[in-house]
Design a protein around this ligand. Sequence first.
Ligand code: RB5
Length: 150
Amino acid sequence: MFKVAIGSDHAGYPLKEKIRAYLEQKGIEYIDCGAFSLESCDYAVYAKKTCEKVLSGEAKFGILCCGTGVGISIAANKVAGIRAANCGDYFSAKYTRLHNDANILCLGARVIGDGLACELVDVFLSTNFEGGERHIRRISQITAIEKGDL
Ligand code: RB5
């Protein structure tokens, strides 16, 4: 079974804790990259720590939470090799795996409820990349942007 790296800032911390408990309940192993309290902190730091776990292969996926899911997704998407999707609906969480092969799910703790967040985690972790020439080509273009080739 794969591992999941989880991370948040202070605003995302309560949701990260819910997700941590949810993963534990489902028997999914996780690496908690912090934050570990409600004390004010900076989302980019925790985005980077979590991305590193995914890029190293220690974790197959990452889940990041901040207030909106936006700041932490912007930060994560600056890391080459990371495709972070900020999702607040089931369809996006499913299709970002099917079409974008997203490796990090971002969630807005001040935007969505805990129940929906857990549903999004479920579908994200259980949906495989669809593959196929057109999706692979588009993802390769994202990689080309990272390398300055597009
Ligand atoms: C923190 O107050 C908040 O700005 C942060 O969690 C996030 O929502 C930023 O995008």
